[in-house]
Design a binder for this molecule. Sequence first.
Ligand code: NA7
Length: 493
Amino acid sequence: MAVQYDAVVVGAGFGGMGAAIQLKRLGLNNLAILEREDDLGGTWHVNRYPGLAVDIASVTYSYSFEPNPHWSRLFAPGAELKKYADHVADKYDLRRHMTFGAVVNGARWEEDEAHWVVSVEGQPEITATYLLTATGFLSQPHRPDISGIDEFAGKIIHTTAWDDSYDLAGTKTAIIGTGATAVQLIPEVARQAADLTVYQRTPIWVVPKLDVPIPSAVQKLFSRIPLTQRIARAVSSGILEMIMVSAVLHYKQVKLLNKGAAAASRAFLRSQVRDAALRKQLTPDYDFGCKRPTFSNSYFRTFTKRNVHLETTSIDHIAADGIVTVDGRKTEIDTLVLATGFNLWDVNFPAIEVIGREGRNLGKWWRDNRFQAYEGVSVPHFPNFLTLASPYSYSGLSYFTTIESQMQHIERLFGELKRRGADTFEVTEAANTEFLDRMTENLADSVFYGGSCQTARSYYFNQHGEAAILRPTSTRNAFVEAKRFPLEAYSIS
Ligand code: NA7
């Protein structure tokens, strides 16, 4: 039977859409984009909690080839990101390729046919020449395994499944978690709930968010003279690059920036919280940068409100009507918000079962060996497969840098296939090993290994103690390599 699709793309977030746009540009129009949710947009469709916004300036956090002159603020609210995703899907004619509610269970490489067989829950298997997974990094919500949680009689909401119809007004709410999500959410919930207790296990570095509305005159300027927005993007991206390269990657050489940022965060905390004991509880004991730092002008101050309490004693269990800490105290609540983040390393790499050549199981192989992917996109033994949310793929601080460098990689690789009239590729062991060795070496200078990160509980680290998400190179290097990687890195037939 003839193969059904040129390519299957798993995931209709910005990553999957970027890959699909590139494939279409290369003439692969017979595409299936499979999405488990009921709409497109990935993170920006799933997350709808109050206070949701980007914390990378919007001129940078968007496709360079599709600037949006209409961002209302420097850091756009979540709903504008979803609207932008809809616009991109329409403009690049992606919707007709998308199937929603398509839960992909797994995919296996059929050696004899040289194609992928993709299994989708409740549907017949589908076949494709190429498989691209764009399943994101923060896509599998983490529901904590706290004793008694299932017996809680009140309302439980995970931040990735916000219930818009639920009214927080007058509630006695608890929020578990103080990550980037909680930092945005807590000030909003504090405004509505009668009483809010925040359960903090690890404090987080927070710095002020220099956010302002973008006046309509500037929006008009961006629209009429696109060059002005390109300049704004270049400036904002340049600042991010400087932070990434010096504070994260060259921590050993340039500790000053991290120390300065931590000092700025402490000064900001002092300006918002007078109570020294509370300040101490809110101050991290790990280096700035070990964990994703966050931005907020109201987070710290919220803990000084009369209806807000910070709880740092560990949770023992959850009862039907409240949370009991290990010292035996119970806080009665009727609403429990889980701002407990995502599981990356047990279930997300990869997000679906992928079986390559000679039955190699990608998830098992990564766990038994090391997490690795050549240029953050391809793996030996997995022909015609690109895994876009991979170890060492996240380049720079804006996800769009990663997406666009991967689009370049796709262009070079598929362009070569076309030139040779070939249809099968597989990265060589040698190229993969060289890349992994280089990333490992580069990481030695980073804050992850040079700094004090033991107490950060950062999701950047995997079960082997490796910080294997970020690509430890400049974004310039990522783009240069995406455009010019040696073609011998792949065996092409
Ligand atoms: P994060 O950053 O992973 O934060 C999750 C938070 O939940 C963090 O404070 C955790 O504490 C806490 N947590 C998780 N499990 C528990 C249990 N069992 N008990 C107590 N506390 C717990 O996820 P976010 O959603 O906030 O942010 C994810 C990304 O979204 C962010 O980096 C941005 O890129 C956007 P811990 O630190 O592990 O002690």
